[in-house]
Design a protein around this ligand. Structure first.
Ligand code: SF4
Ligand code: SF4
Length: 448
């Protein structure tokens, strides 16, 4: 038998089945040599138990087996990986050796992968994302792969896979229709300086604004954007009759296209039913310490304490900075009646699905909304869940910082990459910003 895991499902099934039948029907010893015997598939464990009860013997090996033909008999020499290294190899004499069949991927797999952007594994078959509870999902959300395209599999499992994919598509389709029916308005249509929900966002193109520059097609890390014919343009007899189109199943709502579209033709539509408060955390800063406030206390500064000296806004990636802020200990300082000092700073931490969504307008609108400074907390460079959203954000915000510098406000923005466990770096980035603000002159940005 092969040494693989799931890719060895078909050989494993056949070996277990034939060994069991042979042992039951013929008076002979049956041995199965296996590498990493994986039984995580339908009915394999059952067959394995039946074989063991019938007397089939199982031997594990790591180093290659030596099969020695001794004229009429064969000798299998192997090392038992559970015995000490110095232990000599073991051998078993047998009359017949049956070797598992190997499955080779069809040549077309590489062509399909090149056309669709799907990933090919080291075995030459299409790769699947190993996501809990999701079957057949490839690296391109919205494109599924079942059966032999992702490796040897039995026909019975094919139907199970198809059914699982059908159910997944049904659920996604229902949630998209439900969201459309409830006609939720995009949080971002006017490019407000509010960040999106950590889940449930889908990008949509407004064809009347799309300039066909293809920026979004190039930048989407999930290859969710295509060019489609646009009926309105065709009706109007326009020269260019296509528009960018975003597949709602493939879009992961990272917002990179939204931030980069030069024509502001992309909106992020909220399909989730999540409570907006779950994307917002209030931190209070005093004496070099951070206090995370309960959600119900978000207005309590105004009610219980004087307005803090500095007010900061943090736009935090939901996969890193927001997680770090969420795991700070919860201390309801604003509820403490004995506490009457003026706080040094409050930090409103707003989750964004990906830092790649943060654009210059979002930062400028935050600064004009009585926020003294904006902190951006993306993931570390190699850790972005949307491949390079954090790098796009860094590049974009460097330009923003330069432009703010032209009006003497460059110290009002800082980018600090974090992980979900980086509470000390999070505190450090706030402390540094407050130190900068203490040295800076007050500047009032007037709305025009
Ligand atoms: S980036 Fe904007 S303008 Fe350019 S193709 Fe995409 S939607 Fe159209
Ligand atoms: S929001 Fe992200 S995943 Fe969706 S289309 Fe835009 S870039 Fe692609």
């Amino acid at each position: 038998m092969g040494s693989g895991g799931l890719e060895a499902v078909a050989p494993t099934y056949l070996a277990l089945d034939y060994a069991y039948k042979l042992r039951k029907q013929v008076a002979c010893s049956v041995y199965i040599f296996h590498g990493n015997l994986s039984l995580a598939a339908d009915r394999l464990e059952e067959l394995y138990q039946a074989g063991r009860s019938a007397g089939v013997e199982f031997y594990r090996y790591q180093e290659p087996l030596l099969i020695d033909d001794q004229g009429g008999h064969k000798r299998i020499v192997y090392r038992d990986p559970f015995l000490p290294k110095h232990f000599p190899p073991l051998d078993i004499k047998v009359d017949q050796v049956v070797i598992a069949e190997d499955f080779l991927p069809p040549l077309e797999i590489r062509q399909i992968a090149a056309l669709t952007g799907l990933m090919v594994g080291s075995d030459g078959f299409l790769s699947l994302e190993r996501l809990p509870g999701i079957s057949g999902q490839t690296n391109r959300p919205g494109i599924y792969c079942v059966g032999m395209a992702h490796g040897p599999a039995r026909i019975l499992e094919l139907w199970d896979e198809i059914e699982a994919v059908r159910m997944d598509l049904l659920v996604k389709d229902m949630s998209i229709k439900a969201a459309r029916d409830s006609a939720k308005i995009s949080l971002f249509t006017q490019k407000k300086a509010t960040a999106g929900k950590a889940a449930g966002l889908v990008a949509q193109v407004d064809p009347s604004r799309c300039a066909l520059c293809l920026t979004c097609l190039r930048l989407c890390p999930h290859r969710a954007i295509e060019l489609n014919e646009c009926p309105e343009r065709i009706d109007r007899g326009q020269l260019y009759q296509q528009t960018a189109w975003i597949h709602p199943l493939a879009c992961q709502g990272c917002g990179i296209c939204f931030a980069e579209c030069p024509a502001q033709a992309i909106n992020l539509v909220d399909l989730s039913t999540q409570n907006a408060n779950e994307d917002l955390i209030l931190l209070l800063y005093e004496n070099g310490q951070l206090y995370r406030q309960g959600k119900q206390n978000q207005d309590s500064i105004e009610r219980g304490l004087k307005k803090p000296v500095f007010s900061l806004l943090s736009l935090a990636c939901s996969q890193s900075g927001f997680l770090a802020a969420s795991s700070l200990p919860l201390i309801k300082l604003a509820d403490d009646a004995s506490y009457s000092n003026q706080l040094l700073a409050e930090v409103r931490v707003q989750a964004v699905p990906c830092a790649g969504q943060i654009d210059e307008l979002m930062v400028l609108q935050s600064l004009s909304a009585k926020v003294d400074a904006v902190l951006v907390w993306p993931c570390y460079p190699e850790a972005c869940h949307h491949r390079y959203g954090n790098l796009r954000a860094r590049h974009r915000l460097r330009l923003t910082e330069r432009r703010l510098g032209e009006i003497g406000l460059s110290e009002r923005i800082a980018v600090a990459p974090l992980s979900g466990l980086s509470q000390s770096q999070l505190l450090d980035s706030i402390t540094k910003m407050i130190d900068r603000l203490k040295l800076s002159k007050p500047v009032v940005i007037k709305k025009t």
